[in-house]
Design a protein around this ligand. Sequence first.
Ligand SMILES: [Fe+2]
Length: 274
Amino acid sequence: MAGIICGAYDNTTTQICRTRGTGTHVATMTVNIAQISDCHLPANPDHTYRGINPYRNLEALLKTVKSLQPDLILASGDLSEDGSQDSYRLIQDLFDPLGVPVLALPGNHDDPGLLADVYPGSPTDSVQATQHGNWQIIRLNSCLHNNPCGRLSNKTLSELERLLVQHSDQLSLVAVHHQPVMVESPWIDKYRMLEPGPFLALIDQYPNIKAVVWGHIHQVFDSDRNGIAMLGSPSSAINGVAGAEKFTPDTLGPACRWLELQGDGNLKTHIVSV
Ligand SMILES: [Fe+2]
């Protein structure tokens, strides 16, 4: 069944994303995920970012998230502002009390190696796939050195293709930092995933991929690509007005995307904000 529009942006409303069928998946457990993105924590928790305190904003958001009891955190990049060891210690100090696994992947502000030291399995030069109930979560590294734009390497694309061929009947969610499609906000589309064509052509071949999720854009984005939910997550630090030429702070506070991966292949999502 095709057609996904997930446009509910508050803490209470959830919209079901109906995804393409790939056979029969026995309805078992639902995996509840808090996708936390673009925390931009500096080494010093008192330092500001775009006029706000990213440490305090993440702390406030995680208080709300903890009350919702997620099964795991999907941390989709730019966890750090400066790639420092101290900033990752701060992230750990805030994430650890939730007591759930953290699936991390790097953004352009992160140090991919340091992030992988802190959260083993965060992809550096290889694709990472983990199993959660009936679903697999596939994490990709889209970062380029000293460049805010992203790109998936040929190695990443071939590993992803190999994985998809091997697990073509596995419900899948793909997570990456950079947006693989334009979100129509010029200030951040300047720094999108470059040359996304081969990636998009690849996912189009696999109806078991139910969603692609990313961070980086500091706004909520929902669309549909041939039955795949294309979902951008807001930032835990500060978000911007969609469509703006230059970054313009909006009224959405620290926020994250909530994802419910249902055992029968459906996916529900909404935005949680402070
Ligand atoms: Fe980013």
